[in-house]
Design a protein around this ligand. Structure first.
Ligand code: ZN
Length: 351
């Protein structure tokens, strides 16, 4: 636990957000992002599982804030979901208006050491998770078009023991980064996998893979054991804008993209109740419902106000479903809701 932790989960999270936001908006961090964007204009999105281990910025040694995450249980998405459509439409419009192409990492995750360290959202069935990612990439191709590919979805497997990436090409070819001994062949390998990829996008994908090669060799050299996956979560995080929260096994993050999102909140509530009952998390620390709406608009603008209303709506529905489906949690439940600024990552609490 954090050194300032006094047993109040809400305070702990507010403090952590403050620290992480201060680091993100520091002069050096801002300059690093601006410089990176100037050199690598491709927008990069990652569609991924809510699993707290999957930190692609760390895995690829990319400055925080460059890869935009979209999270849901199992990395399951459908471009027919109205909420998902809304955010993707806004994202693609923003990128293309700025003259940028969009690279979408459509991901699934697995463990090579023990399949039970794989994706719980798919009941550890890596084949099914991979097949769904393939289908999603095809769906994205049919939505955004394939010639030329301005929005380019690529299917990526994330191996969580050593944190290496596996890239899948459109015609069944695969590039396991582990198989590359040096960074030398990365660019040729990308061209081989994705022959129709724009040269600038290839150039912008290279540093992610080079960073991943370096990261994997550091993980190996550290001889650290794979991250313990026994559930210890005590936070139900609902909404978007949780990049600052990355703490394995601390929070279950639910992106409210599907109309079935309240069911996912109930599932998360049951997992956390199980953690309390098995004493995997101390009862006195309690359980936190953390709700966030992400906004890139100015505070006080209608866009910001809509985000405020969204946070209120997400909180209201989450509270109601937990009260109905997991009433045992109510005595330990703390609530923290707010709007997270996309520019600073600061959580502006509503209460
Ligand atoms: Zn997962």
């Amino acid at each position: 636990m954090h050194e300032d932790y006094t047993g109040n989960l809400r305070e702990f999270i507010l403090n952590r957000n403050e620290e992480q936001s201060a680091a993100f908006r520091s002069a050096a961090a801002r300059l690093a992002r601006v410089r990176y964007r100037a050199e690598h204009p491709t927008e990069i999105a990652a569609w991924k599982c809510m699993d707290g281990r999957l930190n692609l910025s760390v895995y690829t040694k990319t400055p925080p804030g460059i890869i935009q995450p979209f999270r849901n249980i199992g990395g399951k998405f459908d471009l027919g979901w109205p909420f998902f459509q809304e955010v993707i439409k806004e994202y693609v419009k923003y990128a293309t208006h700025h003259g940028r192409r969009v690279l979408v990492l459509v991901t699934y995750h697995f463990s090579k050491g023990d399949h039970h360290r794989g994706c719980a959202g798919w009941k550890y069935d890596t084949g099914a998770a991979h097949a769904a990612a393939d289908m999603l990439a095809v769906q994205a191709g049919s939505v955004f078009g394939t010639s030329p590919r301005i929005v380019y979805p690529i299917v990526v497997g994330i191996e969580t023991d050593e944190e290496g990436l596996v890239l899948h090409g459109t015609d069944g070819k695969t590039l396991d980064l582990e198989s590359l001994k040096t960074a030398e062949h990365i660019e040729t390998s990308i061209r081989d996998l994705y022959p129709d990829m724009d040269p600038q996008m290839v150039t912008d994908l290279v540093p992610l893979l080079r960073g991943n090669l370096e990261h994997v060799s550091e993980v190996r050299a550290s001889h650290r054991p794979p991250i313990d996956l026994e559930h210890r979560e005590q936070i139900i995080a609902v909404g978007r804008g949780f990049d600052w929260l990355h703490m394995p096994n601390k929070a279950l993050i639910i992106g409210p993209f599907s109309h079935e999102w309240p069911d996912a909140v109930a599932t998360a509530g049951k997992i956390i109740l199980g953690n309390l009952d098995a004493n995997r998390v101390p009862k006195h620390e309690g359980v936190l419902l953390l709700v966030s709406a992400l906004s890139r608009d100015e505070e006080g603008s209608f866009g910001w106000n809509m985000a405020t209303e969204k946070a209120k709506y997400l909180e209201r529905v989450s509270r109601a479903i937990l009260a109905e489906r997991v009433p045992e949690l109510s005595e330990n439940l703390q609530v923290l809701s707010g709007v997270v600024s996309g520019h600073t990552r600061k959580l502006h609490a509503l209460q």
